[in-house]
Design a protein around this ligand. Structure first.
Ligand code: ADP
Length: 245
């Protein structure tokens, strides 16, 4: 971040990015729901070269009991990067970054999950990043909402995640690791496409007001594309014979 010197050409003279994409193109996203037998709900997501496994447990009793709420269920989220998920071995102990990402994902999911229906209980969401390549919080959020739906947790909407940003002075969709490191801004968005509400919005870097507006616009467009893939993953799991809702 911050426009460091680099040999990578982030955008060539034809407007093509370092991984071959156009500025307004997302990476390839694939999602599979229901991949873990021992979790109540689960999903595996590939978002470009990001690979993330999500397991959901609950609603279940809260331990320790004093953490429970008589009025509502609670959502607990843990985002964790495996030691082999990045080039240099990552210390498996939770870092400040993982604590922050766990918190923002929890807050991004809460508006979608109907927790009031399960007072005194907890829903646990475990996100394991197996391979990271920029944009893991958006990918983990996307996979987590599919895993929650797979667990049968009542939800108002799915939450889809996609980042926008700026690299080589251009506004770009779905920032990859090189663009995150050598680019100028990264703006992850979590969005509920049916309710048209943003539930996660962060900004690392500097944008003009006009660029900021463009980022929100193309970021929401990216979330809408991701949403279609989330729905397809759930349809493939629950309507395996091709029947569609
Ligand atoms: P996000 O993954 O949501 O974009 P960051 O902007 O904090 O979150 O991280 C950007 C990318 O930097 C990650 O996706 C990952 O590829 C890389 N990264 C994060 N933490 C580490 C680490 N400890 N070691 C090496 N690379 C890392």
């Amino acid at each position: 971040m911050g426009g460091r010197d680099t040999d990578i050409v982030l955008l060539d003279e034809n407007g093509i990015r370092c991984d071959g994409r156009k500025v307004n193109e997302t990476r390839k996203v694939t999602i599979k729901a229901g991949v873990l037998k021992n979790a109540n709900g689960s999903a595996y997501i590939e978002f470009g070269d990001n690979k993330i496994l999500v397991g959901v447990y609950g609603p279940r009793d809260v331990h320790p009991k004093h953490m429970s709420d008589t009025d509502t269920g609670i959502l607990r989220c843990r985002y964790h990067m495996a030691p082999f998920s990045v080039g240099e071995r990552k210390n498996p102990a939770p870092s400040r970054r993982e604590v922050e990402i766990s918190k923002v994902i929890k807050e991004a999911l809460e508006p979608a999950v109907m927790l009031k229906e399960f007072p005194r209980t907890a829903v646990d969401v475990f996100m394991e990043v197996l391979q990271a390549d920029g944009g893991t919080r958006c990918a983990a959020l996307t996979g987590a909402s599919v895993a929650l739906a797979d667990a049968g947790i009542p939800m108002r909407d799915l939450v889809a995640g996609c980042a926008a940003g700026k690299a080589a002075d251009a506004v770009i969709l779905d920032v990859n690791n090189e663009e995150d490191q050598a680019g100028q801004a990264d703006l992850p968005i979590g969005y509920m496409p049916n309710l048209k509400k943003i539930t996660l919005l962060q900004l690392d870097g500097i944008l003009t007001p006009e660029e900021y507006k463009q980022c929100i616009e193309i970021g929401i467009d990216g979330c809408n594309q991701v949403y279609e893939i989330q729905k397809k993953a759930l349809q493939d799991k629950f309507f395996a014979n091709g029947e569609k809702q």
